[in-house]
Write a protein of this length. Structure first.
Lengths: 129, 129
DNA sequence: TAATAACTTTGTAATCAATACAATTTATAA
DNA sequence: TTATAAATTGTATTGATTACAAAGTTATTA
């Protein structure tokens, strides 16, 4: 499915800018920061504003199109893959890796309604070990 | 076990300041921010510096005495309970709740060595529902 | 089509959690 | 005591994120 179609399905108007940003995130599974997205797209979109990147990430995240990842860092990272999977942050090189995992059996108390579930680990990656 | 003993077991010299801060975190299971800890302790420790709170949280977290929680917020929260449990962030009231959970069966790739595992949910809590 | 309204994008300025750093204080060892 | 190491403090700075208002774009209605 195209990025534009996915955005539309979530009630988000698929402007050129939004599609470009979402496309980038779908094609680069490196869990980039807002700044990295901005830097990567700037050469081909000279009028792009960093605020727009932030606005777009916030919108897509709120609508469940993408996931916002924050693992003991000041800067948020973003992931276009919203299927269940875990994230592994290497505290040496700072990279974030995906890993397969099941959802655990969580005893969420009565009356609590979760919309997002996240599982992550911190440690050392293969290269840094 | 006393806070001083726990700190010592982790090779951290149990200064008065550190014990006071760690004590507070053990007694207040509200997942406070550094600022909240500082504000709470200031009246009884007028010379306490916010930098010291940050330094202490960083040290205790690095040594595995406490857990640092960051769930799509700019400010980190801290938890003296390091047993396996999940965190639930209510996006309405902003409070963080504990919930029981098992660790899922995670397929961490060969060569990756995790030291910390976290599970959290975002949603709406009982009071806000 | 033209006018209007609604939405999107942009740039600048402001916010604020966290850190750097050097000075001061406190504790330990010789 | 004196010297050395460690801990604490305050100030200044950093840097990610947001606020906000202006400018630009798209959709809607007459």
């Amino acid at each position: 499915m195209t990025s534009a179609e996915i955005l539309q399905q979530h009630g988000i108007r698929p402007s050129l800018t939004r599609v470009m940003i979402y496309d980038y995130l779908r094609e680069h599974r490196t869990h980039p920061t807002a700044d990295e997205i901005y830097t990567a797209l700037s050469p081909n979109a000279p009028t792009l504003s960093k605020t727009t990147v932030y606005n777009t990430m916030k919108l897509l995240s709120a609508e469940g199109v993408i996931k916002t990842i924050t693992i003991e860092e000041q800067q948020a990272r973003f992931d276009a893959c919203i299927d269940t999977h875990g994230h592994f942050l290497c505290k040496d090189c700072g990279k974030v890796f995906d890993f397969d995992t099941e959802l655990p059996s969580m005893k969420i108390p009565e009356g609590f309604s979760p919309t997002v579930t996240e599982i992550y680990c911190i440690g050392r990656c293969k290269s840094c070990n």
